[in-house]
Design a protein around this ligand. Structure first.
Ligand SMILES: C[S@@+](CC[C@H](N)C(=O)[O-])C[C@H]1O[C@@H](n2cnc3c(N)ncnc32)[C@H](O)[C@@H]1O
Length: 224
């Protein structure tokens, strides 16, 4: 139970989805056994649909871990896709390199090592380059990631964030764990910002740990 949905709804939706196969299944098992957090099946399925429906070919991802979501998104994007993915944990990067190679995507996927808030500043040449940005990393930094990456997304592109409802804490005060209060406050501020900015149209979907989908309607400048 993650306090996002009734457990019976979550279980019902999950059992409808076909089981993964091949490398995705292997990575799901590895993640389960080694306690690596990866996107849930429902979120994976949503990403697949969004990528196919929008004919997305170029993606910027923050939070690679073992490369599960990166490979899943690449499979959905198909022929000629390009993903740039940022990860700060060297151990994870080594695993991701191995997994991406096993998937046969080493020419399509570039891993950039470092803290995304630093790495994004050095991506100056990639203005308007991406059809989609997918964020699945430090939740307290989502606003920084938005500010540093929005100009790299095409107008009409999607800016997607995972874990935005953070085990229900973002929506309900009584669920908040004391030591998570700063992250919760930052997520609330972030969600309010992307829900009300004139350059964006946002929907928040209560699947997985909560996912936000923001359409970039026009360019925007942010005050730092
Ligand atoms: C939830 S995991 C990503 C899972 C992956 N997207 C998947 O579903 O397969 C989050 C990852 O983000 C990385 N991370 C957290 N904060 C980061 C930051 N500021 N810059 C770069 N990577 C970060 C962590 O090291 C971790 O591996």
């Amino acid at each position: 139970m993650n306090n996002i949905n009734y457990e019976y709804i979550q279980n019902y939706i999950n059992q409808l989805l076909p089981e993964s196969s091949g490398i995705l299944r292997e990575l799901e098992e590895y993640a389960r056994e080694n306690h690596v957090p990866i996107i849930t099946h429902e979120v994976g399925n949503l990403l697949r649909i969004l990528i196919k429906a929008t004919n997305t070919k170029s993606i910027l991802e923050i939070g690679t871990a073992i490369g599960y979501s990166t490979i899943l998104m690449g499979m959905a994007a198909g022929e000629g896709f390009k993903i740039t993915t940022i990860e700060k944990n060297k151990e994870m990067i080594d695993l991701a390199i191995k997994n991406i190679k096993a998937a046969g995507y080493e020419n399509n996927i570039t891993i950039l090592e470092g803290d995304a808030s630093e790495v994004l500043k050095s991506l100056k040449d990639s203005r308007d380059n991406y059809d989609m940005i997918f964020i699945d990393a430090a939740k307290g930094q989502y606003m920084d990631f938005l500010h540093l990456s929005f100009d790299k997304l095409k107008v009409g592109g999607l800016f997607i964030c995972d874990n935005v409802l953070f085990r229900g804490m973002v929506a309900e005060k009584s669920l908040v764990i004391r030591r998570k209060i700063t992250i919760v406050k930052r997520l609330r501020k972030f969600l309010s910002f992307i829900s009300n900015h004139e350059a964006m149209q946002t929907v928040i979907i209560p699947i997985g740990d909560g996912i936000s989908i923001t359409l970039k309607q026009k360019e925007a400048k942010f005050d730092e």
